[in-house]
Design a protein around this ligand. Sequence first.
Ligand code: CUK
Ligand code: CUA
Length: 675
Amino acid sequence: MKLNRSSRSKALASVVLVALIAIFLFTSCRQDNANSSAVSGGALPADAAAIADARGLTPDDIAAALKTYMPTGQHDEYIMFASGGHSGQVYAIGLPSMRILKQIAVFTPEPWQGYGYGAQSTMELLEAGSYNDHPITWGDTHHPALSETAGDYDGQFLFINDKANARVAVIDLRDFETKQIVKNPIALNDHGGTFVTPSTDWIIEGGQYAAPLGAGYASLDNYADEYRGMVTIWKFDRETGRILPDQSFAIELPPYWQDLCDAGKKVSEGWIFCNSFNTEMATGGVEEGNPPFESGASQRDMDYLHIINLEKAAEVAAAGKTTEVNGFPVISLDTAIAEGLLFFAPEPKSPHGVDITPGGEYMVISGKLDPHVTIYSFDKIQQAIADANYTPDDYGVPVLDFDSVVEAQVELGLGPLHTQFDDKGYAYTSLFLDSAVSRWTLGGPYSDLHEEEDWALVTKTPVHYNVGHIAAAEGDTVSPDGRYLVSLNKWAVDRFSPVGPLLPQNFQLVDIGSSGTTMPVLYDMPIPDGEPHYAQIIKADKLSPWEVYPEVGWDPHTQALDPNAAVAGQERVERNGNQVEIWMTAVRSHFTPEHVEIQKGDHVIWHITNVERAYDATHGFSIPVYNINLSIEPGEAVTFEFDATQDGVFSFYCTEFCSALHLEMTGYLLIKPSE
Ligand code: CUK
Ligand code: CUA
């Protein structure tokens, strides 16, 4: 819908534009003396006001443009890692410009990065995510988690879960590439992951839809006895950059649907918290006259916040007080109760999301069907546990008394989902049904950071539309930055030019730099991919990715030299029976060798090293029919294998436009028919 703007507001826009430009010029000149002539010399077009007029831009539009515009060559201040939902991938996006910088292939093969198209290490990586050798070629990425040191993002690793198949991936931020996929050994789907502990010792993968642990069959008639929830605690080793499955464990939980988790920090470090729903244990079956899940799982006023003493759980697991499910150690529900490491607290109403304040003092829970957020005090939880102020649920788990653990409830609006924090004592909660982001005040130690009364709604900003998660700059750390917040909206509706019935999602950048009621939307960014769930935003200068691989012949999978890498000057083709091994180098603008002649029926092992040391001098490598496409970055060594089942003349070529003679960067693979 086009707005009809009055000429008065246009005139106002022009006046404010001139003022804004004046302020912009003034501050730019002061900040950038070396380059002052470019700015102070009247480099801005004199007709800028006329442009604003012609386009009908309001003063707010102009301010938003100035805040997000990134002149060529300048870099963004923050990088947001956003899940790519059912694309199975992750996006790296610059803020405040909202420019997409990279798609990181994680659970889904991706040809540009040569991910899952021949390169042996990526084939093995994707294979590791199989279920009983049954390949899975996509994922539903939900919650990215940056590695932390002392509760702050450290820029080293990124983790993300696959809700659809209960898997967790590890991405190394030295090269922004996936290094490991682990399949959850006891569950077929997950949701409450990934979340890291403040030193990244553990990666949390909570479950969702209850099922028999270990993924066997059980009738829905036996739901209460044979179906179970779970949370899996993966051990992470920073040194090798890998999850260590043999030092990981899980905790059996009642068959409620565990939802989101978060790790305690500072005062609550050593504990984890997961919300849940469907404590009704509804099993659906609308076609049989049962209530559908949507109502069956929403009967009760309260579900259970799961409160888990992770430190104690790790001790119990290390002491071997576990049972094996598919060879994986699981702390049984009975053991968890007996060891006093699992507690519940009632949480209203169809809860979603648990988010812990920067100092770890409070757990914020949203209720999808409750206009409030409920804030639990970690101190009060500890007190209630010490006082044994609880009664058991049907499975014997102690349920803490609601009133004794709640610090406050704040009425925000309809459909609260997820909460983030800033540096000014504010919390931000997404309101799905209201299509708004709310700002509200924290109390306790945060009271002095803001002027308003504690535990109170301050303002709401409309977003477009149906916001799920929100992400604030460094928003999950012990020291959030404030500044920017991104609203990850599920529906775009009328925000972009129509492109048929399937629309992009809409990421909206919100300026949270000011206090009080000012919280404008600055930018709309379409995400033409799977539904993004969550994102984390890190200060860009905390990342120090490599420009080229450290040495020529580098294996990105092991992050070490590949002992079998092709070396310049030693390129060759060797035959051993019907096995042919090729060592090839790539450099602008040729492969060596350019002819490879083999027999149909040969087994081929092919190594290619990109011997370039120049920034951005990536070469591709593709072979028709054989479904092979590689991306070989400067210094990288790649190996791929195939059986030569098809004879003929196959032109291989470089798929990256790397030089003026890129089209000449080709060669012939000649496969003779078998005699
Ligand atoms: S869930 Cu998607 S909006 Cu998977 Cu984190 Cu709440
Ligand atoms: Cu190498 Cu094109």
